[in-house]
Design a protein around this ligand. Structure first.
Ligand code: TXA
Ligand code: MG
Length: 340
């Protein structure tokens, strides 16, 4: 296919390609080309200390990019690749400092999207690809989002349609101790999925207890204390301030924002949620199914910005399935406040 060949050629020449994956669109560059990686960082406006994921065509690349691939890494690759799981391993010499942020580990993933896989095969090596948005902004889930965010700074955007998953991949750390895997970022592959395949308990970030609602009383203590490297508190944020509300709080909070000093609110919630003060154009319907919510999450936040909202009031989905990842991204967006 001509577009695939063109993308592979641009990558070989050190260019930037907007690449569809099943999670979000990536901003792809040749991971072995330091100048190309630096250009990608500059275009994103991303701090150089922030490591990026290396995308490969299949699990046979594990040994090229990691000096020490534990058996559990192969087990996870067999179970979930291609798919929305990123595996952190001890890096090999192939993994440049600019890619790993100077850390001794590298994050690897085989994306599950036909176009991405064709490009990776045609290119033949690892492609470093963060989400194709300006740093700190919400991730893109359509080719148009990539154009909107990065415009002429990207050499080619492949249009693979809207992303099937809609939130970034799950990241699992096997570098610290392969016998004690830890989830660093939630996504479509759940901690319970990883635990089932490996037959061991899996650590999850502090404050994240799968299946326990955010505002539903005292959660039990998390399985393990852990730091989440490279995860900024303010992240995934639209320009509008994000406020998480329950279905019952939505109406009263919208009314409060409608009083002086008036702030323009947009409500992102399932159709049944009442907020009589808001005109229909300031309501964005969100699916009540958590997996469907994930698919449209970033488009909804972008729509809130397009409607010039000061505040996006969001009723989050239940914590089942992809709901936990959606709630995680919303909590981070809520930490962001209004951004210029
Ligand atoms: O679904 C995804 O993962 C998307 C698509 C494009 O594959 N990519 C993505 O990349 O979300 P980005 O750069 O927006 O997020 C990468 C995350 C960051 O939180 C970074 O800290 C973490 O991966 N990461 C990368 N290398 C790491 C490493 N060696 N150790 C720990 N975390 C790492
Ligand atoms: Mg990102």
């Amino acid at each position: 296919m001509e577009a695939v060949e063109r993308a592979a050629r641009i990558l070989r020449e050190g260019g930037l390609v907007g690449l569809p994956t099943e999670t979000v669109y990536g901003l792809a560059v040749d991971a072995t080309n330091e100048i190309a990686v630096r250009r990608m960082f500059a275009v994103k406006g991303r701090p150089a200390s922030h490591p990026v994921i290396v995308h490969v065509g299949d699990a046979s690349f594990l040994d090229a990019w990691s000096r020490q691939v534990p058996r559990v890494a192969h087990a996870l690759a067999d179970a979930f690749w291609p798919g929305p799981l990123t595996i952190v391993l001890p890096r090999s010499e192939r993994a440049l400092d600019v890619v790993t942020g100077g850390q001794d580990t590298v994050a690897l993933r085989v994306p599950d999207h036909p176009l991405a896989l064709e490009v990776l095969r045609a290119f033949g090596d690892g492609v470093a690809a963060p989400s194709a948005n300006r740093f700190g902004h919400v991730s893109p889930t359509t080719a148009q989002h990539v154009h909107d965010d990065l415009g002429p700074d990207v050499d080619l955007v492949l249009d693979g349609g809207p992303c099937r998953v809609g939130v970034e991949s799950t990241i699992v750390d096997l570098a610290t101790d392969p016998d004690r895997p830890r989830i660093l970022r939630t996504g479509a592959v759940l901690a319970t999925d990883v635990a089932r395949v490996l037959g061991v308990p899996v650590g999850v970030p502090v404050g994240l207890v799968p299946g326990v609602p955010m505002d539903g009383g005292d959660p039990p203590p998390p399985p393990e204390e852990m730091r989440v490297p490279g995860t900024h508190d303010v992240h995934y944020a639209p320009r509008a301030g994000v406020e998480l509300v329950s279905a019952e709080e939505a109406g009263p909070r919208a009314a409060e924002l409608d009083r002086p000093p008036r702030r323009r609110a947009v409500l992102i919630a399932p159709a049944g949620v009442k907020a009589p003060v808001l005109p229909p154009e300031q309501r964005l319907n969100a699916p009540s199914d958590p997996d469907e919510f994930a698919r449209v999450l970033y488009a909804l936040l972008r729509n809130a910005d397009a409607l010039a909202a000061d505040v996006a009031l969001v009723v989050p989905p239940a914590a089942s399935g992809l709901g936990e990842a959606v709630r995680d991204r919303l909590r981070r967006a809520a930490g962001g406040g209004r951004r210029a």
